[in-house]
Design a protein around this ligand. Structure first.
Ligand SMILES: Cc1cc2nc3c(=O)[nH]c(=O)nc-3n(C[C@H](O)[C@H](O)[C@H](O)COP(=O)(O)OP(=O)(O)OC[C@H]3O[C@@H](n4cnc5c(N)ncnc54)[C@H](O)[C@@H]3O)c2cc1C
Length: 422
């Protein structure tokens, strides 16, 4: 498939890897995973580690979707703050969500366990766009410290220079538990680990249908019929193609990234080498690559058609944050679809023997690995942790197949305009 959005720094610096799987005679497995992003790879690995026979089917190649194109920002937690979770779900569930989504760091654990080479760095800065945002951040940091002994650093406006050479922000929170990485090389590392654990990874296999069969489930791809007891649907933005009912819970929002040429003054731009995301509704997020490029994401587009020139589209957002590199050469520009739910919490669950996890709403780099592992645990019979993250309240987007995207777009535009007006 030609992909106009694939001119990425990640693709250009990806480790070489090809799956070793060749179609065998016996196409029966305990588990068929659909989708070779973080969710599917993590789930496949977790299931294989528990003794299941597993096949992973990927329409294109490992890391083709959001997992191989994202900003690489590892941000602890969910899109909701811990205090919002407590207000909505009560103390017990909020505490359990905190333990899973803030305290645990399954990505770091995988990287260490499998020796994944993916430029992992420590530190994440949330930068306040307005003084009001900074006040809210300080309250949340205080809540995390007192309730959970979770320590992060409140950075006053005058001290922001220790992290970022931009005068735009009104303060921020530096979280040493966060960080950043090369997402495609992490996906490839997970794939290698999964294959070593016995997972059959089959690329260029688009799954067209899942059916109930007398013995379990039938999975039809363009080229084969596979039998499995369980299916894990990890197709994220494309889930509606396979399962229209699940597709009602997310809409894909296009988001774009650029990578500059290596910059002589890179360390001066982000002296602590933290990844940064700001508090705007349509946020800017950026970090340095291992070879000292600025990787910058900014500006959503609600049309599915990419801008003709991605670099020209993103550059003004970068120039607003860092006027000192407004004219820096840009080597790469790419984009991908972020699957967003109506309330920005992931939609994870189980229908019969089909598990699914999608809609991480731009906050998936850490939680997807967790979700995959929880699915593996649940399949092996221990659903306690899975149940914490699964079935968070979620509503389908209104509007049916044709009106869903336009209606969601209108809602998002409202917030984007409100953001601009301050
Ligand atoms: C531009 C961008 C920037 C982002 N930045 C960040 C960030 O900095 N931090 C963060 O936390 N999150 C970020 N996100 C979100 C994060 O990348 C995602 O939440 C996460 O990668 C989702 O992983 P996944 O495995 O669920 O889905 P994906 O990675 O999208 O994987 C789904 C896979 O399923 C395959 N597939 C689809 N249909 C079929 C089929 N029928 N048969 C077989 N295979 C199929 C696709 O080819 C794809 O490879 C960003 C997303 C984008 C697009």
């Amino acid at each position: 498939m030609t992909d106009p959005l694939a001119n990425s720094y990640y693709a250009a610096t990806a480790h070489r890897w090809r799956p070793a799987y060749a179609m065998g005679e016996d196409l029966s497995f305990d588990v068929a995973v659909i989708g070779g992003g973080f969710t599917g790879l993590s789930a496949a690995l977790a299931c294989a580690e528990r003794g299941f026979s597993v096949i992973l089917l990927e329409r294109e190649h490992v890391g083709f979707g959001a997992s191989g194109r994202n900003g690489g920002q590892l941000i602890p937690g969910l899109r909701w703050s811990a205090s919002e979770l407590k207000a909505e779900f009560g103390r017990d569930r909020a505490d359990a969500l905190f333990d899973l989504c803030w305290r645990a760091n399954p990505v770091k654990a995988r990287i260490e366990k499998h020796g994944i080479d993916c430029d992992l760095k420590t530190g994440h800065l949330e930068a306040a766009w307005t003084p009001k945002d900074f006040d809210a951040m300080k309250r949340e940091a205080e809540f995390l410290a007192t309730r959970f002994a979770y320590q992060s650093d409140v950075v006053a406006k005058n001290d922001m220079g220790a992290h970022i050479a931009s005068l735009l922000y009104h303060g921020g929170i530096h979280d040493p538990h966060g960080g950043h990485f090369h997402p495609l090389n992490y996906a490839i590392g997970l794939a290698r680990a999964a294959q070593a654990a016995g997972v059959c990874i089959w690329e260029h296999q688009r799954v067209c249908r899942i059916t109930d069969t007398p013995g379990g489930l039938g999975i039809m791809t363009d080229q084969a019929n596979i039998a499995a007891r369980y299916v894990i649907d990890a197709t994220d933005s494309w889930i509606g193609d396979l399962e229209p009912d699940l597709g009602r819970y997310t809409v894909p929002i296009m988001n774009y990234n650029i990578a500059t040429a290596p910059l002589a003054n890179a360390d001066a731009l982000l002296p602590s080498d933290a990844a940064v995301a700001d508090s705007r509704f349509v946020l800017n997020y950026f970090r340095l690559s291992a070879d000292k490029r600025l990787i910058f994401g900014g500006g959503e587009r609600y049309s599915q058609t990419p801008p003709r020139d991605i670099a020209a589209f993103v550059r003004p957002f970068m120039a607003e944050v860092f006027p000192q590199i407004a004219d820096a050469p840009i080597d790469y520009g790419w984009g991908g679809a972020v699957a967003v739910t109506i309330n920005r919490l992931p939609h994870i669950g189980r229908r019969g023997n089909v598990f699914y996890a999608h809609g991480f709403s731009g906050h998936g780099a850490l939680v997807t690995t967790l979700a995959g592992e929880l699915i593996g645990e649940a399949m092996a019979g221990t659903a306690e942790r899975f149940d914490v993250l699964a079935n968070l309240p979620s509503k389908p987007f209104p509007g049916g197949k044709w009106l869903r995207q336009p209606l969601a777009t209108l809602g998002l535009l409202y917030y984007a305009v409100r953001d601009k007006l301050g």
